[in-house]
Design a protein around this ligand. Structure first.
Ligand SMILES: C[S@@+](CC[C@H](N)C(=O)[O-])C[C@H]1O[C@@H](n2cnc3c(N)ncnc32)[C@H](O)[C@@H]1O
Length: 266
């Protein structure tokens, strides 16, 4: 993922994730996981395990258990919610702008009785199809940086979360006025959230792009489709640029855990 400009609309984001769904499945992760991994150490190159570790950490920090009702905003192919439902038997809903990703998520539910408590829907973080105070937890992995109107998505998350409910997410960080480390915290506080945890974890995003850049290069060598091959080569080159940007403090990644203030209006 390397969308860093603000000159885009939600329609652009939807088109991008619809059009690239199959390509990402072919080299990033065949189950459709598309978020930053939390690696065991510098030698670790197991992306799938690292990605699941991120989910474990967020779930633990958010305090999710069997009584939770969780919304995953920007759920993509649904893997985080599926992990939560299987692990904790909690209830959950997933929302994403990409129809292709939502359809892929929905196919995973078919016939799996362990996932009867989970639903996926197409829709936007800025206009959610849920009534006020529906959820005990809102989670999100590497999605909110893509929302052009962040005050609006923060207000929507406030609206659908119960007073005292937890909003826990991972996201990219840039030294900009809306997703800088500190800027994010100020925006969250202004939106009525109390910050419980803010961890800048830039070494993990560096390792994610190092590992996936290498995978993309290897897959490009054996991919017969010329367009897909070019895309993977370009992605691999951009992974090197991203690592340089991270080394210069221009790009990063973090985990935030917040709580909706009890006196906040829904
Ligand atoms: C990097 S992917 C992460 C997907 C998923 N969270 C995961 O961990 O695999 C970002 C996702 O955010 C979704 N997204 C971006 N903007 C959104 C919005 N305004 N509302 C809902 N979903 C959005 C995209 O469609 C995409 O599936």
């Amino acid at each position: 993922m390397s969308v860093t400009s603000h000159a885009y609309t939600e329609q652009d984001v939807e088109d991008f994730f619809d059009q690239t769904a199959q390509t990402y499945l072919s080299f990033w992760d065949s189950e459709g996981v598309l978020h930053t991994g939390y690696f065991a150490d510098e030698a670790d190159s197991d992306y799938r395990a690292a990605a699941e570790r991120t989910s474990e950490i967020l779930a633990a920090e958010a305090g999710i258990d069997g009584s939770s009702y969780v919304l995953d905003v920007g759920c993509g192919c649904g893997n985080f919610l599926i992990y939560l439902a299987k692990r904790f038997r909690c209830h959950g809903e997933g929302l994403d702008l990409s129809n292709e990703r939502i359809k892929f998520a929905q196919t995973k539910l078919a016939g799996d009785r362990d996932l009867a408590t989970v639903e996926f829907r197409h829709g936007s973080a800025t206009q959610m199809p849920y009534e006020p105070s529906r959820f005990s937890h809102v989670v999100s992995q590497d999605s909110l940086f893509l929302v052009p109107d962040k005050p609006r998505s923060h207000a929507e998350i406030q609206r659908v979360l119960r007073p005292g409910g937890v909003f826990a997410f991972s996201d990219f960080l840039q030294p900009t006025k809306d997703i800088g480390d500190r800027a994010y915290q100020v925006a969250l506080e202004e939106a009525g959230f109390e910050i419980l945890l803010a961890r800048n974890l830039r070494s993990h995003i560096r390792q994610t792009y190092r590992v996936l850049g290498k995978t993309a290069l290897e897959r490009a060598e054996t991919t017969p489709d010329a367009a897909a091959r070019d895309w993977m080569l370009a992605f691999s080159a951009s992974c090197k640029e991203i690592q340089i940007a991270i080394d210069h403090g221009e790009f990063g990644w973090g985990i935030f855990v917040t709580r909706k203030r009890r006196n906040a209006t829904p």
